[in-house]
Design a protein. Structure first.
Lengths: 166, 114
């Protein structure tokens, strides 16, 4: 399912939390709104239907003056209606979230895919997220540049290593 | 103008040429056959790949042999590492949201003294 040139990126995390709570962050309105989106954005969920083929519709909203300015600079709206669907879903175990990438000027709509596998292990939950990078690598690169300006905040918040993008 | 490595590979024909060269150097006719593309476009795309540093070319008698160069792929690897870090950061947000959620849950469910 990945593009011709990109292998998928796989990230594994383990949380000291019940599986149902981790699942809820992907499949409920308040759960999804509590974390989704890059730094500098928030989302407002309109429809979230965690069943096979169910819709996921939300607004992605630039949430800080810096991000709003950055979006305007790139000629983009500060809020975008975003559409996805749960292409596959097995409760508490597995979901495939497919997003429609329809906001790039001059680029035909295409889909990007995220796989999420969950399992309970003792009192922890293991989560494996498989990311299939955007099909158009140029867009992916631009998207990363868009995000990069916000990473200083993340560094402060999570003491992460600074990103040397680009 | 120098093309970004991603821009170079954004073209599906050039990706097929790169795939065709993955197992080693080839001459144009072999690339045409392996990539399943028309001869007329191949020269142009090979030139672009060469100028972008993806492909080296050396003469061998009357033939020209094309091969991949590692440098732009290292750059792409580096970019993918950055992409991974972005997602690591997003999942840090996930972890923080999860912790908040559990904390709220605990304070909501906290029993009064028995």
């Amino acid at each position: 399912m990945s593009s011709d040139t990109h292998p998928p990126v796989v990230i594994e995390r383990r949380y000291r939390a019940p599986l149902a709570e981790v699942w809820a962050l992907w499949t409920t309105r308040e759960g999804f709104e509590s974390w989704w989106g890059p730094e500098g954005f928030r989302v407002e969920v309109h429809t979230i239907e965690p069943r096979p083929g169910g819709r996921l519709d939300y607004d992605m909203i630039a949430d800080t003056p810096e991000m709003q300015a950055a979006m305007r600079e790139m000629g983009w709206s500060t809020s975008h209606a975003t559409h996805g669907r749960f292409a596959e879903i097995r409760p508490m175990t597995w979901l495939v979230l497919v997003h429609q990438i329809d906001f790039i000027p001059g680029v035909e709509t295409y889909e990007s895919r995220i796989d999420v596998a969950l399992s309970a292990e003792g009192d922890t939950t293991r989560m494996v997220v498989t990311l299939h990078p955007h099909r158009d690598p140029l867009w992916t690169a631009r998207s990363a540049e868009g995000f990069a300006s916000q990473l200083g905040k993340l560094d402060r918040r999570y003491a992460a290593a600074p990103l040397s993008a680009g | 103008m120098q093309m970004h490595p991603f821009e170079t590979l954004a073209d599906p024909t050039r990706r097929r040429i790169v795939e065709a060269l993955r197992d080693g150097e080839r001459q144009v006719n072999d690339i045409v056959r392996a990539a399943g593309i028309h001869q007329s476009g191949v020269s142009r795309h090979l030139r672009i790949l060469h100028e972008a540093g993806f492909v080296s070319v050396r003469p061998e008698g009357p033939r020209r042999l094309y091969a991949l160069r590692p440098e732009p792929f290292r750059e792409l690897d580096g970019w993918l590492a950055g992409y991974r870090r972005l997602w690591e950061a997003r999942l840090d947000r996930f972890g923080a949201a999860l912790a908040d959620r559990l904390e709220n849950r605990a304070s909501t469910l906290k029993d009064p003294d028995p």
